[in-house]
Ligand binder design. Structure first.
Ligand SMILES: Cc1cc2nc3c(=O)[nH]c(=O)nc-3n(C[C@H](O)[C@H](O)[C@H](O)COP(=O)(O)O)c2cc1C
Length: 333
């Protein structure tokens, strides 16, 4: 029988660490779904959340795409978005949000997006100067202006970007958020390997040459059409699908990258995609993720992370472990 205290969300059974970064819980709020900092604090006790990933920041401010740029998908509680990386830009982020970071009730992970290597490097170098950002997550699903492809689907571009960003991150951990669309050749495993070992030198004595952790994965490219008007439902024509429909895809990607690239190199993974209930989070952990992010669930119910935290705590107890980290990759095949 579970005691009341063992069900408490602060139970240390959920405490974990990600590339040496201690987290109160493996539950992280996903980029672009929880604001820049602590905007969720009125509905959620952020001190019980492992971390918040900021909206992706680009070197220059961006208005993003015209509307409609978010629609509900009919795939059971999912969303299709083509926000187009609307954000305040680096300068305003440094001015307005950076001074408040240290007083945030949870760990803040800075998300970086860009359209050129220089753009990523500028934002990374600035975030490296901020003590209250212990890790950055690179969103690599943006078009590479040189080659016109996403950095996240081209191993050579992935290596170059990783090397250049790594050079300026002398104190901040580097997490790289992969695209789910590298499914053929090159596969997501090739991209993961490029991010883990891009060649080149580590930035410091204790750092790795490539990513400290990989986030798997971003949204899945998708499209919806209004049959009456015969027009695409998003002004951008296509968008990124998130929510329950992509969860099994992301579980498979985590499992594959864990077995083929991450386990042997001790690279922690963060599972992302369709976590609505504790069972979804447990699947990510069993597939090989050390932590997981929640995004779309926050739109459906901003309090859902509290439920997931409670469910996960009870599950870890039932599994008889002292720490949830003992269950990472523990799927029985
Ligand atoms: C409205 C919206 C905005 C998003 N903005 C970003 C972003 O700025 N940067 C990023 O890396 N991912 C962004 N994402 C993707 C999420 O971080 C996450 O990878 C994706 O939604 C899958 O997780 P989910 O199914 O739990 O939502 C966004 C997703 C949504 C729905």
């Amino acid at each position: 029988m579970l005691s009341r205290s063992s069900m408490h969300p602060d139970d240390p059974i959920l405490a974990t660490s990600l590339a040496g970064l201690p987290l109160r819980s493996p539950l992280i709020l996903a980029a672009g779904t929880a604001g820049y900092l602590d905007e969720m604090r009125e509905v959620l006790d952020l001190s019980r959340i492992g971390a918040v990933v900021t909206k992706s920041i680009t070197a220059e401010p961006r208005d993003g795409n015209p509307t409609w740029r978010i629609i509900e998908s009919r795939s059971g509680g999912g969303m299709l978005n083509a926000i187009g990386l609307a954000n305040v830009g680096l300068e305003r982020f440094l001015e307005h949000f950076a001074p408040r970071l240290a007083s945030a009730p949870t760990t803040i992970i800075g998300s970086i997006a860009g359209f050129s290597i220089d753009g990523y490097v500028r934002v990374a170098a600035a975030m490296n100067e901020i003590d209250a950002i212990p890790a950055v997550e690179l969103n690599v699903s943006c078009p590479n202006v040189h080659g016109g492809v996403e950095f996240g689907v081209d191993p050579a571009a992935m290596k170059e970007l990783t090397r250049e960003v790594r050079r300026v991150l002398t104190r901040t951990r580097l997490f790289i958020k992969l695209s789910p669309i590298a499914v053929g050749s090159p596969s997501i495993v090739d991209i993961a390997r490029a991010a883990i070992d891009p060649g080149g030198e580590p930035a410091g004595p204790n750092s790795r040459p490539g990513a400290d952790a990989l986030s798997i994965a971003n949204t899945v490219p998708a499209m919806a059409i209004d049959p009456e008007t015969r027009r695409p439902r998003l002004a951008n024509v296509t968008g990124g699908l998130s929510g329950p429909a992509i969860h099994p895809i992301a579980v498979r990607l985590v499992h594959e990258v864990y077995r083929k690239a991450a386990k042997d190199t001790s690279t922690p993974l963060i599972g992302i995609g369709g976590v609505m209930r504790w069972e979804d989070a447990a699947e990510f952990i069993l597939a090989g993720a050390s932590a997981f992010e929640m995004g779309t669930a926050l739109f459906a119910d901003p309090r859902s992370p509290s439920r997931v935290t409670r469910g996960l705590t009870a599950w870890a107890r039932r599994q008889g472990v002292r720490s949830i980290s003992e269950l990472v990759g523990a799927v029985s095949l």
